[in-house]
Design a protein around this ligand. Sequence first.
Ligand code: DMJ
Length: 653
Amino acid sequence: MPAASLLPLFGSAAGPGALGGPAGGGAGGGGRKAAGPGAFRLTEKFVLLLVFSAFITLCFGAIFFLPDSSKLLSGVFFHSAALQPPPPPPGGQPRAPPQPGGGPAAGAAAAAAAGGAGSLERIRADHERALREAKETLQKLPEEIRRDIRQDKEKLLQDARGRKEAGAPGLPQRLFRQPVGAVGQEPADPAVRQRRAKIKEMMKHAWDNYKRYAWGLNELKPISKQGHSSNLFGNIQGATIVDALDTLYIMEMKEEFKEAKEWVEKNLDFNVNAEISVFEVNIRFVGGLLSAYYLSGEEVFRKKAVELGEKLLPAFNTPTGIPWALLNIKSGIGRNWPWASGGSSILAEFGTLHLEFVHLSHLSGNPVFAEKVMNIRKVLNRLDKPEGLYPNYLNPSSGQWGQHHVSIGGLGDSFYEYLLKAWLMSDKTDEEGKKMYYDAVQAIETHLIRKSSGGLTYIAEWKGGLLEHKMGHLTCFAGGMFALGADGAPNDKTGHHIELGAEIARTCHESYDRTSMKLGPEAFRFDGGVEAIATRQNEKYYILRPEVIETYMYMWRLTHDPKYRQWGWEAVEALEKHCRVDGGYSGIRDVYNHHESHDDVQQSFFLSETLKYLYLLFSEDDLLPFEHWVFNTEAHPLPVLHEDDGNKEENQK
Ligand code: DMJ
């Protein structure tokens, strides 16, 4: 390429073939043949050749003896007018990124191919300028050359930064309008205000310690005061930062939000060779970024959310379109958890992508995300459901259920939550989601919900028709879900669904109240003579989970019964007494013990969910009001796509 591109410079003086190229040295040509009046004699040719080679040697010598020859080479060989970036369009809009397959060489070739005297002239002028610059550069002191290089580099960096801030290349321009309720008023009651301020202080303690000891890593180990990595995120980093963004925003922790945003801008990187959990990355990272965007309007969050969403798409490359649980985001190769029944995908995992993926389509203008999750529904609706229940395992290749295990806790939980919230988020137009939700609740009531002899309502687990009378901490979210869905319940069942929510809230509160630490165990049972108590050692831990507090928050908002704030405050006191340590907040190994044994993990969901729900419990209802927001399963608020805001078409997809 370089030699070829130098030829035209000399072509008009010596003519094609002057250097013995095909035209002169081929079968019908030859330097020795006298060929008319314009031809040179051999000695003249030799002298010319000598002068010419001396000139070339001089040029190349100049180039290669410079301190940064690669920079200069690129100046000489790639400095074609065709390669100059176009002038900025009016209004200083960002330039379009280079086209795939483009680049300097392609540009020069295109210029040459365009041919014509004009482009030859241009090329000549460019080369002359490059030689001039080379000569000038040779006259500079090394220090001056270094300074020039530094300045060039800085300019390039600045341009790149400018493009980044201006938005993601390829994303449609979008006018940002902050949804209603991104900020709320101070609580009117001073006692409530004080409690809310205390919760903000807890957030500060959790955040500051994460920042001090584990900044940029996924989570904090608050006892050993170092980072904690979980294999759920592969080597994607910064889970706590992304998960905490919206909590920082609604608590008006502006400095902290700013530093978190800067970290995302500079360091959040998805171009890693990492096998991740599609579900966890979706609810924490995609959800966290989407909420941060909708609250703040900062383009960087929209861009990162869409970029990550695109990385997750290969997970859907299965015969049925039911996604894999695990995905290598570099290779795009997916698989399922080795322990999951017969290579199945998990209901709560593939069923908890809907809200985020609908918003990804909304923000990117690319329907593919919404199509993927709508197809999941299609597959589910084609299947027979045992007793109208959804088993937790579904094989993505055969499209058949795995083991018939049904749970509203782990492995099943947020699938039901997302059916309801998909309907609410669509401004109540997603009739399919609505029907699936209320049908499922009907089957759950008939087959899983039971009352203990002591009068506690609980949700058991179903294993091939047999009930296991155990309820997980995770299942406690269902109280809030039933209450949230009460409004649309068929057959005048609104009151009944609110009552169901209240009963689950009471049972879950009992599971806290019956421990020594007043914090709930991972699972509690209603058999063997106990009620709402964990009987197995491996079910007695508490890992800062939010579900019980989440249900208090929904029940408070929907009933304004003061007991929910009271119960929430009991949880705050227990967290402060048993989980707070110098270096942050830690989970507890046995909540029935009188002495804390800490598990040394500050889970990222403590900042995104537990503290957020507590803060909302002590806020006025105008902060993130339910008419305008739904919370994803990691408590990241996503706006309702109101029909009268121009979302009609979107909701009908
Ligand atoms: C969170 O990551 C989410 O709420 C998820 O749906 C289930 N569990 C954890 C918190 O307990």
